[in-house]
Design a protein. Structure first.
Length: 127
């Protein structure tokens, strides 16, 4: 049950951020086996002066196409799965939306399964 947060500078194409979300969901299905219909996303667009990034941190060149992606998910994926997820997202955003790979910033937040309630005030994954 990942929750995906995507933040970008406001784009003139109102469907642009939704396209980013679809690419991320498909990458999660492929790289880390997220189930069908397990798609929960918060997509945010910001004014330029409310979106801060360093244009060359760690020697990576970034532009105003920077996409910040935070994915909260259950702990337990291997390092190789995480690497595959990062690569798949960056590759697909570059291929499908021409977003430079250096502009794709991803953070994973891993939590224990009992830290979720999918509704009705119940911890569905608690054992």
């Amino acid at each position: 049950m990942p929750i995906v947060r995507v933040d970008i500078i406001k784009n003139s194409d109102s469907s642009y951020i939704g396209k980013i979300g679809k690419i991320i969901y498909q990458a999660m299905r492929t790289a880390i086996n997220v189930p069908d219909k397990d798609n929960f996303q918060i997509l945010n667009e910001h004014a330029r002066d409310h979106f801060v990034y360093d244009p060359e941190y760690l020697g990576i060149q970034r532009t105003d196409q920077t996409v910040i992606i935070q994915i909260t998910l259950n702990e337990g994926r291997t390092v190789d799965q995480k690497k595959a997820l990062y690569k798949t997202i960056a590759d697909q955003l570059a291929q499908q939306l021409s977003i430079p790979k250096g502009d794709v910033f991803i953070s994973l937040v891993e939590v224990k399964k009992e830290n979720w309630s999918f509704g009705n005030g119940i911890a569905q994954y608690a054992e």
